[in-house]
Design a protein around this ligand. Structure first.
Ligand SMILES: NC(=O)C1=CN([C@@H]2O[C@H](COP(=O)(O)OP(=O)(O)OC[C@H]3O[C@@H](n4cnc5c(N)ncnc54)[C@H](O)[C@@H]3O)[C@@H](O)[C@H]2O)C=CC1
Ligand SMILES: O=C([O-])CC(=O)C(=O)O
Length: 340
């Protein structure tokens, strides 16, 4: 039987397509465990109040022992009150032919306002995952507007979907189940400049753990199709579904938060976009995807240090850094213009 006090978990955009896919996984214990009670707080915009209420009713109808309460709200102050974890998903998705940074003007205001709401209403220990695009820069904005109240280390943006996509591509190439692949890395922005890096990954093949590079044995693929497939996967899904990834995005959000809550398995790292501390020469303050390990008891992440970066990798790191600097400058200018 559940014993500890319920965690308050906020999902924004809960009436949207990722929201609908994510809430069940959170509510049934996939993220915080089967013996951790939770109260789910669902936030969306006022025109979606009825749809949100419908999601709340369905969650009640799931009869889940871990779900101790569901609140459906359209007011930020109520939504952010005393929360322990925030899945910030609510934002406009891109359509065919757009880059994620084309969403900046529309979405950045949401994250400025939610940064302020976090500062004013949430627990100072709250852990924040930004999914809404452009995710890295939205997280930078939210962290900036919560500064002084919520430590910047508590903010992250989602590159776990890219990480999962990269592991899946390696598994398909080598012919092993995806569970046999670990330690891929996504560097930089959740955009087409990201650098999916197989060079530190390991694969279990025929019962032996070996370097993914040896198992793949095709360097032109590692430096070519592997990278471009992962970089462009979101766009391909939109082309085919006419909607952006939702099932896989929801699963990745749950993976990200589960590892933050419980810690990463020994000997494994995952990719999280977090506020750069200057590691690997990435300018401090950019929200940049790094290889990280998480200690489950302190819930603190650490950037894996000392990975070898060759000239090829460095040029990729530099390109995604440049894009993030431009996004940051555009976002901060847009925040200055919005007078709320
Ligand atoms: N980081 C990543 O890997 C991924 C990010 N995304 C992004 O996630 C976001 C959500 O995608 P979908 O669920 O497919 O979109 P959707 O359009 O189905 O749902 C978005 C929901 O957010 C709500 N919303 C808008 N403004 C809000 C606000 N201020 N407060 C609360 N809710 C608000 C909308 O009313 C809508 O219900 C998009 O920006 C999309 O590009 C999508 C896939 C992967
Ligand atoms: O591509 C998009 O716009 C949605 C997304 O972020 C992804 O699927 O990675």
């Amino acid at each position: 039987m559940p014993s500890s006090a319920p965690l308050r978990v906020l999902v924004t955009g809960a009436a949207g397509q990722i929201g609908y896919a994510v809430v069940l996984q959170i509510a049934k214990g996939d993220v915080f465990g089967n013996d951790q009670p939770i109260v789910l707080v669902l936030l969306d915009i006022p025109p979606l109040a009825a749809a949100l209420e419908g999601v709340k009713l369905e969650l009640q109808d799931c009869a889940l022992p871990t779900l101790h309460g569901v609140e459906a709200v359209t007011d930020e102050a109520a939504g952010f009150k005393d929360i322990d974890y925030a899945f910030l998903i609510g934002a406009m998705p891109r359509k065919e032919g757009m880059e994620r940074k084309d969403l900046l003007a529309a979405n950045v205001r949401i994250f400025k306002s939610q940064g302020q709401a976090l500062a004013n209403h949430s627990k100072p220990t709250v852990k924040v995952l930004v999914v809404g695009n452009p995710a890295n820069t939205n997280a930078l904005v939210a962290a900036k507007y919560a500064a002084g109240k919520i430590p910047e280390q508590n903010f992250s943006a989602m590159t776990r979907l890219d990480h999962n996509r990269a592991a899946a591509q390696i598994a398909l190439k080598v012919g092993v189940p995806v569970g046999n692949v670990k330690n891929v890395t996504i560097w930089g922005n959740h955009s087409s400049t990201q650098f999916p890096d197989a060079s530190h990954a390991k694969v279990v093949k025929d019962g032996n753990e070996i370097d993914a590079i040896s198992a793949i044995n095709d360097n032109s693929w590692v430096q070519g199709d592997f990278i471009s497939t992962v970089q462009k996967r979101g766009g391909v899904i939109i082309e085919k579904r006419k909607l952006s990834s939702a099932m896989s995005a929801a699963k990745a959000a749950c993976d990200h938060m589960r590892d933050w809550h419980f810690g990463t398995p020994s000997g494994q790292h995952v990719s999280m976009a977090i506020v750069s501390d200057g590691s690997y020469g990435v300018p401090k303050g950019l929200v940049y995807s790094f290889p990280v390990t998480v200690d489950g008891s302190s819930k603190q992440w650490k950037i894996v240090q000392g990975l070898k970066i060759d000239d090829f990798a460095q040029s990729k790191l530099n390109a995604t850094t440049k894009e993030l600097e431009e996004e940051r400058d555009d976002a901060l200018a847009a925040c200055e213009e919005s007078k709320q």
